[in-house]
Design a protein around this ligand. Structure first.
Ligand code: UDX
Ligand code: UDX
Length: 474
C-alpha cells in the first residue's frame, strides 16, 4: 500500500505516446480512471470515434486495447482543467520539438508546451498530485516543472487546502509500430525521482503487469538522461551500420553478411543493425541534437561533436541515396517518372515525422523528377504537408518537372516508371510479383532497394536492373 493511492489519472497529450500508453494502463488497471486530454479537438474526436479504424494513431493491436477500456475507465476529452482537478496523478505527454528559432535553435528542445502544462497543473490541481514527465526532456527539466508547480502553493488562500506536488521522470521507450507489445512487455520501466512514496505510487501501477525486477528506480537526472542516451545509442548503431554499408558498396562486401557476422557476437548483439535510408521518427534526431546542445552548454565540446556526427552521417546517407539514383539513371531524372514505395519512417506506422522519404523525395523533385508515391498507411494529404507541395490530381495526369502524385496501388505507382525506390519495409513489398510488374515500367528499368525487402533473383529474372543498399559488386 502506498501513501499516494492512485484512483484517477490525467494525461495531457493524446499523441503517439500519450494515447497508446494510457490505453494500456487503463486496460491493465480497470480500477483506475484514466482520462487523456488534448487541446486538439479533432484528435480527441478521432480517439472517440466508434469506428476503431479512425483512431488518430495506427498501431497494431491498439484498436483491441481501446475497445476493451474506452468508456469503462478510459476517456478522451478536451476538458483539460476539470481532468487535472480530479486527478491524483498527471502525466505530461505533449510534444517537445527541436526549437526553430532563438537560443539553441536547431538543437535545443522547445519546452513551451511542457511549461504551459505545468502552469495549468499548478492552477487546477487539488490536494497532492504526482506529476509525471512522459515527454522526453532535457536533463533537469523536472526542476523547472517543480518550480512552476510550487507557485500554486503561494496562491492558495486559507479556504482551500494547499496543493502539493511530487515530480517524477518516467520516460517512454516504446517504438512506433510495436507500441502495444513494447508497453505490455517492456524491457524495463524507468522511474526517476526524489520522493520515494511517489515513485512507489507509479511503480504500483506498472506492477499490475510488469515484473518488479524490471521496474528501475533512479535519481531524477539519471532517468531524464537515460532516455536521451538510449535513443542516441540506438541511432548511433544505425549510423555505424550505414557507414559500413557505403564501405561495402565500395569494396564489394555485403552489409547483410557483415551485420550477421558482427551481430552474432553476443557483446554486439543482432538488433538495430539493418542498414537503410537513414533513421527517421520524431525522437532520434531531436534527442541527439538535444544531447549535443546540453553537452555544449556544459562546456563539453568534444562530447557534443562526437554525437553530432551521428546526425551528420544520417543526413549524408539520405542525400547519398538520391544522388546515387540520379547518377545511375544516366545522370538525370528530369521529367522521368520514379515510383517511391513507402513514405512512413518505418513499417507499421502512419507516422512520417523526419522520414528519410521526405528528404529523398525533395531532392528528387529538385532534380525535376515526377514521383508516384505509394504507402499503405500514409494519406496523400500528409505527404503533401511533408513535401510542402500539392499532388497532381491523378497519377495519369502527372506532368512536368518536379511534380508528384499519390498512387493507391503499387501497380499504379510503377506504371511508366523508369525506376522504383523502396524506402519503407512494408510487408506488402516483400511479396510483390515482379514478373508482372516489370512490364508496366519503361526499359531499362531499375529497382533501388534501400531496405533489403526484394529478392534480387526475382528482380533479375523479371529483366529489371537491381541496386541494393550495402551490396558491392565483385
Ligand atoms: C512524444 C513525446 O511526448 C515527446 O517528448 C517525444 O520525444 C516524442 O513522443 P508524441 O506523442 O509523439 O510525443 O507527440 P504528438 O503525437 O505530437 O502528441 C502530442 C499531443 O499533445 C498533440 O496531440 C498535441 O495536440 C497535444 N498538446 C500539445 C496539448 O494537448 N497541449 C499542449 O499544450 C501541447
Ligand atoms: C525510437 C526508439 O526505438 C524508442 O525506444 C523511443 O521511445 C522512440 O524512438 P521509433 O522512432 O518509434 O522508436 O522507431 P525505431 O524502431 O527505433 O526506428 C527508428 C528509425 O531507425 C526508423 O527510421 C527505422 O527504420 C530506423 N532503423 C531502425 C534502421 O534504419 N535500422 C535498424 O536496424 C533499426
Amino acid at each position: 500500500m502506498t501513501i499516494y493511492p492512485i484512483k484517477s489519472i490525467c494525461c495531457i497529450g493524446a499523441g503517439y505516446v500519450g494515447g497508446p500508453t494510457m490505453a494500456v494502463i487503463a486496460d491493465r488497471c480497470p480500477h483506475i480512471e484514466v482520462t487523456v486530454v488534448d487541446l486538439n479537438e479533432e484528435r480527441i474526436a478521432a480517439w472517440n470515434d466508434s469506428d476503431l479504424n479512425q483512431l488518430p494513431v495506427y498501431e497494431p493491436g491498439l484498436d483491441d486495447v481501446v475497445a476493451r477500456a474506452r468508456g469503462r475507465n478510459l476517456y478522451f476529452s478536451t476538458a483539460v482543467d476539470e481532468s487535472i482537478a480530479s486527478a491524483d496523478m498527471v502525466f505530461i505527454s505533449v510534444n517537445t520539438p527541436t526549437k526553430k528559432k532563438g537560443v539553441g535553435a536547431g538543437q535545443a528542445s522547445d519546452l513551451r508546451w511542457v511549461e504551459a502544462c505545468a502552469r495549468q497543473v499548478a492552477q487546477w490541481a487539488k490536494g497532492h498530485t504526482v506529476v509525471v514527465e512522459k515527454s522526453t526532456l532535457p536533463v533537469r527539466t523536472a526542476a523547472a516543472i517543480k518550480a512552476i508547480l510550487d507557485t500554486a502553493k503561494s496562491k492558495s488562500d486559507n479556504a482551500e487546502p494547499l496543493s502539493t506536488f511530487s515530480v517524477l521522470s518516467n520516460p517512454e521507450f516504446l517504438a512506433e509500430g510495436t507500441a502495444i507489445r513494447d508497453l505490455e512487455q517492456p524491457d524495463r520501466v524507468l522511474i526517476g525521482g526524489n520522493d520515494k512514496d511517489a515513485i512507489e505510487a507509479l511503480a504500483t501501477i506498472y506492477s499490475h503487469w510488469v515484473p518488479n525486477r524490471k521496474i528501475l528506480r533512479t535519481k531524477l537526472w539519471s532517468s531524464e538522461l537515460s532516455k536521451l542516451t538510449a535513443n542516441a545509442f540506438l541511432a548511433q548503431r544505425i549510423s555505424s551500420i550505414n557507414s559500413v554499408a557505403a564501405l561495402c558498396e565500395a569494396t564489394g562486401a555485403d552489409v547483410r553478411e557483415v551485420a550477421l557476422a558482427i551481430g552474432t557476437d553476443s557483446r554486439i548483439g543482432p538488433k538495430f543493425l539493418d542498414a537503410g535510408p537513414g533513421f527517421g521518427g520524431s525522437c532520434f534526431q531531436k534527442d541527439i541534437l538535444n544531447l549535443v546542445y546540453l553537452s555544449r552548454h556544459f562546456g563539453l565540446s568534444e562530447v557534443a561533436s562526437y554525437w553530432e556526427q551521428v546526425v551528420e552521417l544520417n543526413n549524408w546517407q539520405q542525400n547519398r541515396i538520391s544522388a546515387l539514383l540520379v547518377q545511375r539513371l544516366f545522370g538525370t531524372v528530369t521529367g522521368k517518372r520514379l515510383a517511391i514505395l513507402g513514405f512512413a519512417f518505418k513499417a507499421n506506422t502512419n507516422d512520417t515525422r523526419e522520414s528519410p522519404a521526405i528528404r529523398i523525395s525533395l531532392d528528387l523533385l529538385e532534380e525535376g523528377a515526377q514521383l508516384a508515391i505509394h504507402d499503405p498507411k500514409v494519406a496523400s494529404t500528409q505527404i503533401a504537408l511533408a513535401l510542402g507541395k500539392a499532388p497532381s490530381s491523378s497519377s495519369s495526369e502527372i506532368k512536368g518537372e518536379g511534380s508528384w502524385c499519390f498512387a493507391t496501388t503499387v501497380a499504379e505507382a510503377l506504371q511508366g516508371a523508369d525506376a522504383v525506390l523502396i524506402l519503407t519495409e512494408w510487408d506488402e513489398y516483400l511479396t510483390l510479383d515482379w514478373s508482372s510488374l516489370a512490364g508496366l515500367m519503361r526499359a531499362p528499368a531499375w529497382v533501388f532497394d534501400t531496405r533489403s525487402v526484394v529478392n534480387p533473383v526475382e528482380i533479375s529474372e523479371a529483366g529489371l536492373i537491381m541496386w541494393r543498399l550495402g551490396e558491392g559488386s565483385d
